[in-house]
Design a protein around this ligand. Structure first.
Ligand code: TXD
Length: 319
């Protein structure tokens, strides 16, 4: 059987890491695409040379032409520019919206059957725009943020309690912003929902509140440490988990930005909720029960996403 073809649109920090992880896991042949000439070719060659060390038969190729992504099974999009000092969020939206237009048209022309994972920020608006510009079925276009935010939440809980990350299941829903919604009642340590874990003395309420706050600001914490650029290892791993669930039909339930049509009382937008990913793409949206506090936090987060989408519509009247 032919190997899967994975197209990585954007060969920057996350794109390069995605290529490395995909090759190490022998997930498929990799095309690393970027508008910058030389970067995707250089990274692809570097990782291809590494395959002789870790022993993987996948091929890696750098590209500047969308024709090279032809027939891709999965496209993971990181193309765009990050926010620089002095730039407003609207400036970033305007630039990355144009990038999503080019990428969406490229995918539509050359890889219309792909499962598409968007990573570019502002995530919830960019995945919405990418689906519009590509015209691909909504269940085949998703955004990556929740797996990353939930991984941060789980890691902080593991670090504080000394329990293995493998026995912690943490969930964050909503948009990928500081008003994301860490789902305290639905997250568990060794099977205990977090309020029960507090009652059992695994951590204090104060520790839990601090971890929720740190999770919300997790992206900024890394940016402040790195000084140039943002997180890339954990974001790449997160997108690979999603790609794997699709390619191997694992049917994992992962928090992803997905198109909602009535679930959670919302329609016509992308926002982070638990979704079952399998060979059909998004096969099911899982609806958590929410109490009044969670509903209020979710509503606030959704309003931020709606604001970003409106900004996209204002910038590009064709949307
Ligand atoms: O959880 C999440 N969704 C995120 C999102 C977590 C971390 C970072 N997140 C966002 O991912 C971040 O704000 C950026 O918007 C993307 C990609 O982050 P990365 O760190 O990989 O950015 P780089 O290193 O700047 O890489 C972007 C590449 C760079 O090589 C550019 O030359 C290329 O994108 N680029 C393009 N490629 C193709 N086509 C076009 N038009 C284009 N424009 C720029």
């Amino acid at each position: 059987m032919a190997r899967a073809k994975i197209a990585l649109i954007g060969a920057g920090m996350i794109g390069g890491t995605l290529a490395h992880v995909a090759a190490r896991e022998a997930l498929g042949d990799v095309i690393l695409f970027d508008i910058a000439e030389g970067t995707p070719q250089g990274k692809a060659l570097d990782i291809a040379e590494a395959t002789a060390v870790f022993g993987s038969d996948v091929s890696l190729k750098g590209a500047n032409d969308y024709a090279d992504i032809a027939g891709a099974d999965v496209c993971i999009v990181t193309a765009g520019v990050p926010r620089k000092p002095g730039m407003s969020r609207d400036d970033l939206i305007g630039i990355n919206l144009k990038v999503m237009k080019a990428v969406g048209e490229g995918i539509k022309a050359h890889a219309p059957d792909a499962f598409v994972i968007c990573i570019t920020n502002p995530l919830d608006a960019m995945v919405w725009a990418l689906q519009k510009f590509s015209g691909l079925p909504k269940e085949k276009v998703v955004g990556m943020a929740g797996v990353l935010d939930s991984a941060r939440f789980a890691y902080f809980l593991a670090e504080k309690t000394g329990v293995s990350v493998q026995d912690i299941h943490a969930w964050t829903l909503g948009g990928h912003g500081d008003d994301m919604v860490p789902m305290v009642r639905h997250s568990t340590i060794g099977g205990l929902p977090l309020p029960d874990a507090v009652a059992a003395g695994l951590l204090s309420q104060g520790d839990l509140d601090a971890i929720v706050d740190r999770t919300r600001k997790g992206g900024g914490e890394i940016v402040a440490l790195l000084k140039t650029g943002s997180a890339f290892y954990a974001p790449a791993e997160s997108a690979i988990a999603m790609a794997k669930s699709y390619l191997l039909d694992q049917k994992r339930v992962l928090p992803c930005a997905v198109w909602l049509s009535g679930e959670y009382g919302l329609s016509d937008l992308y926002v982070g909720v638990p979704a079952l990913l399998g060979a059909g793409g998004v096969e099911k949206v899982i609806e958590f029960t929410t109490n009044d506090d969670e509903k209020a936090m979710f509503k606030k987060s959704v309003e931020s996403v709606q604001g970003l989408i409106q900004a996209c519509k204002d910038i590009d009247a064709s949307l």
